[in-house]
Ligand binder design. Structure first.
Ligand SMILES: C[S@@+](CC[C@H](N)C(=O)[O-])C[C@H]1O[C@@H](n2cnc3c(N)ncnc32)[C@H](O)[C@@H]1O
Length: 248
């Protein structure tokens, strides 16, 4: 089966309620890990000047909801009609407005510079050519770009070797991890300046949820937060989670 068709089939099969509410029902430490990716990216950006954003591979609208609650009007692009239907319910239920567009990240159906910001969270690595899709984001965004994707990291290769990470995801795609240098080169070649990147450790596979639940409550949660911050201060630069932001 073609990779796009596999993605569509997989994302049609997910539990709708869980996707619509993600990450509300996740263990508190996992919510913190997801939030930390967004906060880290926005800290790198400095301040958000955009009042609208295209969420590429926006799925069931988690990224869009996060932006909408920070006064950024989102457009969600995804290849899965079921994901977009879930995003519509999420928006109605959680009080925000989003434009929904079915389309392929490899060929964004928008003219040049039609959004102030383009953002992707855990999407590009699903594609056969993630850097080609990055070019598309760089084309349709006018001012700001935010990329939050798995990093091509030595520790991830080790994690794959010991079975803690995979090279193929349940959606059937090879995990195409990205690196900051490759992204920087592509963006700078397309006229983007002020490219900044950071890496951190962020790990929350489904099997870890039962463990993370043990840190749901204070004071264990406070200890988790402290340990997590210290880990990333000391060694985050080798981490598996890449954020790259850019301004023109
Ligand atoms: C891991 S989910 C991430 C969703 C969302 N960004 C989030 O973090 O909740 C990956 C999403 O990429 C979408 N996707 C996969 N291939 C795509 C393509 N070629 N064009 C657009 N979306 C695609 C899938 O349908 C899915 O919704």
């Amino acid at each position: 089966m073609q990779s796009r068709a596999r993605q569509i089939e997989f994302y049609a099969s997910l539990d709708a309620e869980s996707e619509i509410e993600r990450p509300r029902h996740y263990p508190r430490p996992v919510r913190l890990l997801i939030e930390s990716k967004f906060h880290r990216a926005l800290r790198l950006l400095g301040h958000v000047a955009s009042t609208d954003a295209l969420c590429v591979c926006g799925g069931s609208g988690m990224d869009a909801e996060w932006l909408a609650h920070r006064a950024v009007r989102p457009t969600i692009l995804d290849i899965s009609p079921e994901a977009l239907a879930r995003a519509r319910i999420r928006a109605q239920r959680h009080g925000f407005t989003a434009t929904l567009v079915r389309g392929d990240a490899a060929r964004l159906p928008f003219s040049d510079q039609s959004f102030n910001m383009a953002l992707v969270h855990d999407g590009l690595h699903h594609l056969d050519d993630p850097y080609g899709a990055l070019d598309e984001m760089a084309r349709v965004a006018k001012h700001e770009l935010v990329v939050m994707e798995p990093a091509s990291a030595a520790l991830t290769r080790l994690a794959v070797a010991v079975g803690l990470a995979a090279d193929v995801e349940p959606a059937g795609n090879a995990v195409r991890r990205l690196n900051a240098t490759g992204i920087r080169e592509r963006l700078e070649a397309r006229g983007w300046r002020h490219v900044r990147s950071a890496r951190d450790f962020v790990y929350y596979q489904p099997w870890t949820f039962a463990i993370y639940r043990m840190a749901d409550r204070l004071p264990v949660f406070a200890v988790f937060v402290l340990a997590y911050r210290l880990l990333n201060l000391a060694s985050g630069r080798w981490g598996n989670s890449l954020k790259v932001v850019a301004r023109r």
